[in-house]
Design a binder for this molecule. Structure first.
Ligand SMILES: Cc1ncc(COP(=O)(O)O)c(C=O)c1O
Length: 443
């Protein structure tokens, strides 16, 4: 361990850093630090190599410290560190938006830049509300999310999100929000490979909410094509299609949160293309810049943008962030797209998906495993909770796997994996062998 890392580990119990989504006291007593990264690996401060089974936090889709991206950021920071995008512009932001429009599904040629997935969610919700008003449907103020959905931590995304722990201490939040039920149905769908067969009818809940609230009050529905943070919940066959159909019938906008499913995770550039269901807006972040510089982007259908461009000239949308279209993020994003394209990464998950699926489903029958789910290069292994200590068993698997040199993610009693899209078959095998070993090592 180098000296600085040694000092850090020794002093963490009093550390100033209030860590996000972390059990601070527990972590600081027994920290897991990462000091360097390259390709498929991290290294700890004492030089131990860790295979990255989670693409950082579902975001480093091209692998770590890719030279082209690193060089682009270095060049940009030396050339122009920052420039505003309010009533000003810089070429690289226009260039990046143009490049994104080219990889987006047809008809999504407009891009609004944010700095994170949370900001993308709130931006998409605000655009949806403002669009409804712009087209003379200002009575549509309701927003519908889904149980177990995750749309970040800002007030809009938190309100439409459906993870109780993320909401319960933060007050009543945004008015006019309701939720669909989640699609997890282990009694009928446990150990499904890819999309589960049962549950398209869960989309009919939207009809129920329309009947309850009157559809003319509903502006938008937001869902993740595959719910990631709540444990990789794959939509049942026909579910997204039905949601789309109901939204269209009632003039409700459908927003896909593609913060995880965007940029190749499922084997197509976006989840909408994978499932063959088009939303009206979709959010992205994470792999947009390969996570090298924080950034998010909301893609909107051309008609939505055009609706804002009618009427008297002036600022069409009173919304934006100081760092919308930040030059460093745009430089990272363009180099990320170059890397994705040169290496075929936006579709590579499709080539690996069968191997991935076989590898994860081979854990059926391992101790404690009650469900396995997969889609593209995402997988979840759900464990039976230890009586009286929910989440503990999966957490122990995560800690032991890290000690053995494999990074997995844990959410509740579910172990989730989503490696960089450059992963090799042998590395996939190693990840699941490690999880298998650790399942046998915990009580
Ligand atoms: C689907 C989805 N939306 C939004 C977010 C929030 O993104 P961020 O943490 O960048 O704000 C996440 C983060 O995991 C996510 O998975």
């Amino acid at each position: 361990m180098n000296k600085r890392a040694e000092e850090l580990s020794a002093s963490l119990e009093q550390a100033a850093f209030w860590m996000p989504f972390t059990a601070n006291r527990q972590f600081k007593k027994s920290p897991r630090l990462l000091a360097r990264a390259e390709g498929m690996h991290y290294w700890t401060p004492d030089g131990r190599q860790v295979l990255d089974g989670t693409a950082g936090l579902w975001c480093v889709n091209a692998g770590h410290c890719r030279p082209k991206i690193v060089e682009a950021v270095k060049r940009q920071v030396a050339q122009m560190d920052f420039a505003p995008t309010f009533q000003m512009g810089h070429p690289i932001a226009f260039e990046f938006a143009e490049r994104l429009a080219r990889v987006a599904p047809p008809g999504f040629a407009r891009v609004f830049f944010t700095n994170s997935g949370s900001e993308s969610a709130d931006t998409a919700l605000k655009i949806a509300l403002a669009y409804q008003r712009a087209r003379g449907e200002g009575g549509r103020y309701r927003l519908i999310g889904r149980e177990r959905g995750y749309h970040g931590v800002n007030f809009g995304g938190m309100a439409v999100g459906g993870i109780t722990a993320n909401k319960k201490v933060f007050g009543p939040g945004v008015a006019g929000v309701d939720h669909l039920r989640h699609t997890h149905d282990p009694a009928r769908n446990a150990f499904s490979k890819g999309q589960p067969r049962h549950g398209a009818e869960f989309a009919d809940e939207l009809e129920r909410l329309c009947a309850l609230h009157d559809p003319s009050t509903i502006a938008a529905v937001i869902v993740e094509p595959v719910a990631g943070s709540a444990g990789v919940l794959v939509p049942p066959v026909g579910y997204l299609e039905r949601l789309r159909e109901i939204c269209t019938r009632h003039g409700i906008l459908l927003i896909f949160d593609e913060v995880i499913t965007g940029f190749g995770r499922l084997g197509k550039p976006f989840g909408s293309l994978y499932f063959g269901v088009m939303p009206d807006l979709f959010t992205t972040a994470k792999a947009l810049t390969n996570a090298t510089v924080p950034m998010g982007a909301v893609f909107v259908k051309n008609e939505i943008f055009e609706a804002f461009m009618q009427g008297t000239e002036g600022i069409e949308l009173f919304h934006g962030y100081t760092y919308s279209g930040h030059p460093l993020a745009c430089a990272a994003g363009i180099a990320t797209l170059d890397t994705f394209e040169e290496e075929g990464l936006l579709t590579r998950a499709g080539q690996l998906a069968a191997h991935w699926q076989d590898a994860v489903h081979a854990l059926k029958g391992a101790p404690h495993v009650i469900d396995i789910r997969d889609c593209g290069l995402m997988a979840a292994i759900e464990l039976e909770p230890r009586p009286g200590s929910p989440g503990k068993r999966a957490y122990e698997v995560f800690v032991k796997a890290f000690e053995a040199g494999v990074l997995v993610r844990v959410t509740g009693d579910t172990i989730a994996l989503s490696p960089p899209l450059i992963v090799e078959r042998g590395q996939i095998d190693r990840m699941f062998e490690c999880v298998d070993t650790m399942l046998r090592a915990v009580s």
